[in-house]
Design a protein around this ligand. Structure first.
Ligand code: HPA
Length: 236
């Protein structure tokens, strides 16, 4: 057991998929994995371990925002020895070329989050995805015919943003989308010599104001889970 995860040592797989929503973790585990066991219920942040094509996988909710994700990712890496963490979630489109429902494979994650600034101070550390996972995720999207974009995203600290100028600067600099977790995931993976990637569905668009319905979110979420599993286990 760690402070916020109730699983015994050995109940967490080396590969962990991390949706923000714990109920999505439950849905994905039962839809895509075999031999599923619930390994965490602490604070309702559900986690499940099972197998996918014979490979052990944990799907653990991260909660929303970097402070929440940071707690779970830290404990998965430090206390359970996780080696590969893949965020699956939603994001807001920031470029006209990015459509609603498209999938973003996040190569980098810019942020002004407090975990990052508190840690690196005057250095602008560049949180970066693991290349092997990124390449495998792109290959999976190509095989599935999923419309996808590869590039930089922005990990914000607030959803209800009072600094629209920051979003404008991100858009001006080619950032594809905004979400709230990936930068901290990439920083922690770097710190613990692990691999990380974020695969994100565009659920809303900052410029067009479009948004996905709940049903559409579920279908596109399934595509992301498969992309994440194929990224982690390209030969399975
Ligand atoms: N902002 C921040 N995070 C998000 C958004 C957004 O518009 N959409 C999905 N996650």
């Amino acid at each position: 057991m760690s402070l916020h995860i109730g699983a015994e040592k050995g109940q967490i797989a080396e590969t962990v998929l991390m949706p923000g929503d714990p109920l999505r973790a439950e849905w994905a585990a039962h839809k895509f994995l075999e031999n599923v066991e619930c390994v965490n219920r602490v604070r309702g942040m559900l986690g499940f371990t099972g197998t996918w094509r014979g490979n052990r996988v944990t799907i653990q909710g991260s909660g929303m925002g970097m402070p929440s994700l940071s707690i779970y990712a830290n404990e998965l890496l430090k206390d359970y020895g996780a080696k590969t963490l893949i965020r699956i979630g939603s994001c807001g489109g920031m470029q006209k070329s990015v459509g609603i429902r498209d999938v973003i494979v996040a190569m980098t994650a810019s942020t002004l989050s407090t975990p990052s600034i508190g840690m690196f101070r005057e250095i602008n550390f560049a949180p970066t995805a693991n290349y092997e996972l990124l390449r495998n995720a792109v290959a999976s999207a190509e095989r599935k015919g999923v419309t996808h974009h590869v590039g930089g995203i922005y990990s914000a600290d607030v959803f209800y943003d009072e600094r629209p100028d920051l979003n404008e600067q991100m858009t001006r600099h080619g950032i594809l989308a905004v979400e709230m977790e990936a930068a901290e995931l990439y920083i922690l993976a770097a710190r613990y010599q692990a691999r990380a990637l974020a695969v994100l569905t565009v659920s809303d668009h900052l410029q067009t104001g479009e948004a996905l319905s709940a049903d559409e979110r579920e279908t596109s979420f399934g595509d992301m889970v498969e992309m994440a599993l194929e990224a982690a286990f390209p030969d399975a």
